[in-house]
Write a protein that binds this ligand. Sequence first.
Ligand code: ARG
Length: 458
Amino acid sequence: MKLWGGRFTKETDSYVNAFNSSLPFDRRFYKQDIRGSIAHVTMLAKQGIISEDDKNAIIPGLESIAKDIESGALPFDETSEDIHSFVEANLIERVGDAGKRLHTGRSRNDQVALDMRLYARDQIDEMKELLKELLATILPIMEENIETFMPGFTHLQKAQPVTLAHHLGAYFEMFSRDVQRLIGIRKRMNYCPLGAGALAGTTYPLDREYTASLLDFYGPTLNSMDSVSDRDYIIEFLSAMATVMMHLSRFSEEFIIWNSNEYRFINLDDAFSTGSSIMPQKKNPDIAELVRGKTGRVYGALTGFLTTMKGIPLAYNKDMQEDKEMFFDALDTTKSCIKLFTGMLSTTTFNKENMAASAKKGFTNATDAADYLVLKGVPFRDAHGIVGQLVLTCEEKGISLDELPLADYKAISPVFEDDIYEAISLKTCVEKRMTIGAPGPEAMKAVITKEKEFLNSI
Ligand code: ARG
């Protein structure tokens, strides 16, 4: 059923109906639409704008619609233009004339602005929970691997030894910033647009503070034109999701590399990997690859919607209906990627021996050998050159620095003594890095304590 038509003399073209309709996708926030209507009606009755009797007919009517949609007893009627028309028309069918008073002092413009906010707010809360689970999965793996040595890389070349705890800790930090971003967005957007009307408020004595408090907002929005045409929070949310996906995608890329035949740092659980239809030996990291691939969709939603919004004059324009489909797709994609990644991470086993063996090769302790010389009074630039020569010797012999005999060390610099081996052991290299943020076990423990506190605080 249509909510308008009085000034029209012709039926709408059927293609126009189909093109214009948002019901196929805005049905997903029917709960928020009904919640908003209940608050609106409660306020209207308190202000004496509608009667208590009407309110007492409308609210149970709305509640029964919610229940019937939920159970499937009320199918969506494809002829409705959007979820707002669908619910209102159905309410009138159920409760008669009282239902016709629901839309007093309201426009679909402030109604949809409200629904989207309520829906986005719920989604922020859900996504925050999923990120918390991911963080809660990373933390115990870190705790168990404070002394699991692995190579740290720059340019994907072995650089200096770190630990698995330290490497995963970098992701803990990224995802905790993602959570904080969501918290920030929620704070900024938590104001109620209802009462803005079509664009210029209404002539009814609405109590906007009251409606806002019924819906758990901090208060009403302060400009009615902005209220009906603000979609910044969706853009911020899309940007936060794009950032979550970027982090997940980098983590996935590492998993793909670590799972490769050359690295073998990890074993993916059978439940989180897939096989090949032709090559029987294969166990592929499809989940990580899909997460990496799906990042593009979420970026697309962000740039798509930024582009949609950029030329829209105040106030509401129908372009804004385009805030939904790609946003919903981004939400579904991001949430499922966080969930899947968490599942994959929690079932992965780490090949600690391979990691340590890899850290031993590739001269990750070369900086420490130079630091050893510096401690013995050699200027750093000279030390750098001496160790460079040592690396060359080792490469010629096909051995690592800790396998090079002392005589070879001394041949290049007499400063070297027997304690060089202790100084460049993986354990020493890591343990000596003890400033906060570094991989040394004491620093790691202090950081993990802080990270636990953070996790408990969100
Ligand atoms: N389906 C519309 C949207 O999502 C609802 C608002 C319609 N308002 C209007 N003036 N046509 O934006």
